[in-house]
Design a protein around this ligand. Sequence first.
Ligand code: S3P
Length: 439
Amino acid sequence: MSDLNSLKVRSIGEFSAELKMPGDKSISHRAAIIAGLSNGPCHIRNYLPSEDCLNTLRAMESLGVNCDYLASNDYGPTEVVVHGKGMRLTAPGEPIDCGNSGTGMRLLAGVLAGQEFESTLTGDESLSSRPMGRIMRPLESMGARIVGKGEDEGCAPLLFHGGNLVPIHYVMPMASAQVKSAVLLAALFAPGKTTVEQPAQTRDHTERMLAQFQVRSICNGNEITIDGGQVPVAIDIDIPGDISSAAFWIVATAAKRNSNLLIQNVGLNPTRTALLGVLQRMGATIRNTVHSPDEMGEPVGNLKVQGGELCGTEIREDEIPNLIDEIPVLAVAGALARGKMTIRNASELRVKESDRITTVVDNLRAMGADVTEHDDGMSVVGGNQLHGTTLDCFGDHRIAMAFAIAGLFAEGETVIRNTECIATSYPGFGKDLDQIRGQ
Ligand code: S3P
C-alpha cells in the first residue's frame, strides 16, 4: 500500500495487463494554447488533468480565454471546450503561475512576447532555477523585452513587455522542442516569415497542431518557416495517450520474463518513439500498429510488449532528443539488462525538473547498480541484483516513477519519498501501478 506522500514497492512476478494511458502532456499544453488563440470553440477530448497541463489551461483563462469543462475523472477535467479569442488576448490580473512546467512556461513565453500588455510568468522552486535564456534570446531578437527577475541570471519570474514583433531567422543552439515552439508561437504575432533551424529533429507536435488549425508553414528538413498574422482556425482535438507515461510500463514488461502488456490509443509520433527502437535493440518484443488519422495529424496506435531478457546497448546521439524524457526509466532497464548501456550527448538532462544525470546515478547506486556518471550522461553495467532502499525523487516526477519501476525488480522494499510530484504529469500512476501488481 502507498500513502499520499510516498510509494512503497516490492518485487512482483510475471503479469499480464491492459492499460489506458492519460492524454499526452506535450500535446495537451499545445492544445490549450493554440485552441485559445484560434477563432472559435475547440472541443478537446482526453486532455491530461495533470498539474502542469491544468496550469496552462488556467494561464489561457487568465488571458481572457473562456473554457467550459464538460467531463472529469478522479484527477481533474479531461474534456473541455476552449473558446478561442482569435489571437486577441487580454492582460492577466496577476502573475501567471506555471507551477513545475518548463513546457508551459516556455510555450506561454512565445505567446506573451507577442502581446502589447505587460505580464509575468512564475513557477515553483525547480522551474525558477531552470534556464530561460534559451527562449529569452530569440524572443528578444524578435523585439520583445523580457526581464528575468529570478535569483539566478536568466531565470523566472519572467516579466514581459511584448508586442510589435519582427520576424527572424533563428538557428537554435540546442535541440529543444520548447525553444522551437516558443519561437513558432511568437511568429504568429510577427508579420512576415520567421524561420527556425534545429540542430536535430525534435518532437514536432507544434508544427502538426498548427497545420491541423490550418496555419500554413513550410518544413524543409530540420527548418520550419511560418508566415505571421495567421489566425488558427478552430477544430476539435482528440489527444492520444502519452507514450512517455507508457514508457514506465513498457520497460517493466520488457524486463519481466513471461509478462505481457497491451496499451491502446497511445501516441506513436516518430519524434517520440525512440525508446521503442532502443528496447527492441536490447531484445524486447514490441509490436505496434499505427492508425494515423491524416498526414499532419498525430499518429496513434496500439502497443503490445512481451517480456524477456534484455541486453545493454549504446544510445545513439540522434536518438537522444526523441527519448530525452524516457532516459530515467531507460537507465533502470540498463541496470536490469546483461552487459553495458551507454548514454552520452545528453547533458540537457542536467536542466530538467532535477539534474537527471545525478539523480538517476545516485538512486541506481543506492539500489546496488554498477553505474558511472559522465558530464553528458552515464554508463550502466547491468546484472547486479537491485536492493530495495529508501530513495528521494528530488521533486522530479519521472525520477519518482522510474524508481517505482526499479522497485518492482528489487529484493526487499523500495520506498520513494515525496512522490506528490507525480501529479505534475501522471496523476493516475499509483492506480496503474496497483493494477500491474495485481492489487
Ligand atoms: C517538451 C520538450 C522536451 C521535453 C519536455 C516536453 C515539449 O524539452 O523534455 O518534457 O513538450 O516541447 P526540450 O524541448 O527542452 O528538450
